[in-house]
Write a protein that binds this ligand. Structure first.
Ligand SMILES: Cc1cc2nc3c(=O)[nH]c(=O)nc-3n(C[C@H](O)[C@H](O)[C@H](O)COP(=O)(O)OP(=O)(O)OC[C@H]3O[C@@H](n4cnc5c(N)ncnc54)[C@H](O)[C@@H]3O)c2cc1C
Ligand code: SF4
Length: 428
């Protein structure tokens, strides 16, 4: 801990985002950077706590106080070594992780945690710029072959580690590009794709082989994998989207978020996208209040939507931790979260249930029919939704995006063929 009084003298500071009017005209990242002297001052705010709760908050166990201090002391090379020791891809997490470390940071008791995520992002950006992130191929090969199915962050991290341990690793991905949701799903304004490509190149240079358009269980059989590999890592993600089987669901203009978002990623990548789902000039309704819904919102506004609504079934969460029943520090609290996309324009509403859609003579969606809800606890204390009598309403809409979460991995194909056991929630 370089500056013992840092947390008393220096306020939390984040760089400003690009102005809304400017960023709505493009797909580039919108989060800024702090000048390095200011970032070092932010590192000085870390108290190097006896019990660093930030560690516990971080699912990767990042050794956060060490690199906060190293940044403060201008020792960037050691900072990236420490960061890479627990995190294969800080350039991704530094951009899109929801930062549970900051929720758990001791300074967050006063609502001004160390800017851990920003420091993480700038350490890795500094390291790439300085040329310190170079291929680290294994010194010897074990002779074992491993197939990794799925190339999202989980598959990529597994592949990177297994390869560095000396195994021969092949990543099989059914999409036409590697990266899972990092490539197809998460919009470019949150994570530009050259950043993903840059890391993939390092992995290729270390010896990882990537195979695209390789759909295991469809055009690559699990028997082939069993024959040709010593081990198979299943990293296919949770891609089974929750549907809304209500009257009118079949109308044109009602789409899963994951039909909408990847098309825009492809477009930004320069691909031709036939019959792209566009929000331009439309009243858009997004059902679901999480990250996916928020990404649909930012994308719709960049398309030039006329008006965007975002409806959530659950009640509006409290704005601060002081609310009733909210997990106290250092736990992750279920509080109201607003993303950069929300700043860009939306009409949000909570405790709303969608009952039906209706359309025009050509089968295009024209209206959403909803009802407002009250959440009451039943005898066992479980929240139950109750429709408020007379609260039915209609909204005109020409595009509806379903962003209501994911139910687990898709079973048909690879998982069925492998005969793996699933838990009660349908996960492997
Ligand atoms: C729109 C959206 C936005 C999100 N934003 C954020 C965010 O801002 N911050 C955050 O922390 N999290 C975010 N998430 C969640 C995060 O993206 C996921 O938790 C993460 O990508 C999961 O990683 P994964 O590697 O398990 O799976 P995925 O990234 O889903 O990758 C799985 C890959 O496996 C492939 N695959 C599946 N089955 C097969 C098969 N049989 N053969 C070959 N390939 C197969 C799929 O095509 C896919 O590419 C977001 C999710 C979505 C949908
Ligand atoms: S909890 Fe916060 S102040 Fe304490 S060591 Fe972690 S980052 Fe530093």
């Amino acid at each position: 801990m370089g500056k013992i009084t840092g947390f008393l003298e220096i306020s939390r500071e984040l760089p400003p985002r690009r102005p809304i009017a400017e960023r709505l005209k493009d797909w580039r990242e919108l989060e800024g950077k702090l000048p390095e002297d200011k970032l070092q001052a932010q590192g000085a705010r870390c108290m190097d706590c006896g019990i660093p709760f930030c560690h516990k908050g971080c699912p990767l166990g990042n050794i956060i106080p060490d690199w906060n201090d190293l940044v403060y002391r201008d020792r960037w090379r050691e900072a990236i070594e420490r960061l890479h020791s627990t995190n294969n891809f800080p350039e991704f997490t530094g951009r899109i992780c929801p930062a549970p470390c900051e929720e758990a940071c001791v300074l967050n008791i006063n609502n001004d945690p160390v800017t851990i995520k920003q420091i993480e992002k700038q350490i890795i950006d500094h390291a790439f710029k300085a040329g310190w992130v170079v291929p680290v191929p294994p010194t010897r090969r074990t002779g074992k072959r491993v197939a990794v199915v799925g190339s999202g962050p989980a598959g990529l991290a597994a592949a990177a580690q297994l390869n560095r341990a000396g195994h021969t690793v092949e990543v099989l991905e059914r999409a036409d590009r590697i990266g899972g949701l990092l490539m197809y799903g998460i919009p470019d304004f949150k994570l530009e794709k050259w950043i993903v490509e840059r890391r993939l190149q390092q992995m290729r240079d270390e010896g990882v082989v990537f195979r695209v358009n390789a759909h295991v269980g469809v055009n690559v059989s699990v028997d082939d994998l069993r024959r040709n590999f010593d081990a198979i890592v299943l990293a296919g993600g949770a891609t089974w989207a929750r549907d809304l089987p209500i009257p009118g669901r079949e109308l044109n203009g009602i789409h899963f978020a994951m039909d909408f978002l990847p098309q825009q990623n492809k477009k930004v990548a320069g691909d031709e996208v036939r019959d792209q789902i566009l929000a331009t000039g439309k009243n858009v309704v997004i059902l679901g209040g999480g990250d996916t819904g928020s990404d649909c919102l930012g994308t719709s506004n960049r398309h030039g939507a006329k008006h965007v609504y975002q409806f959530e079934l659950l009640p509006k969460p409290p704005e601060t931790r002081d609310g009733d029943g909210v997990a106290p520090w250092p736990y992750w609290p279920m509080i109201l979260r607003s993303s950069s996309s929300h700043e860009e324009g939306v009409q949000r509403d909570w405790s709303v249930n969608t009952k039906a859609f209706s359309g025009d003579a050509d089968g295009n969606v024209r209206k959403l029919h909803g009802v407002r809800l009250e959440w009451k606890k039943d005898a066992s204390g479980r929240p139950q939704m109750v429709e408020i009598p007379g609260s039915d309403f209609e909204i005109e809409c020409e595009l509806v995006l379903l962003a209501m979460g994911f139910l687990g991995p898709e079973r048909a194909g690879m998982l069925d063929d492998l005969g793996v056991r699933l838990d009660q929630r349908g996960n492997v």
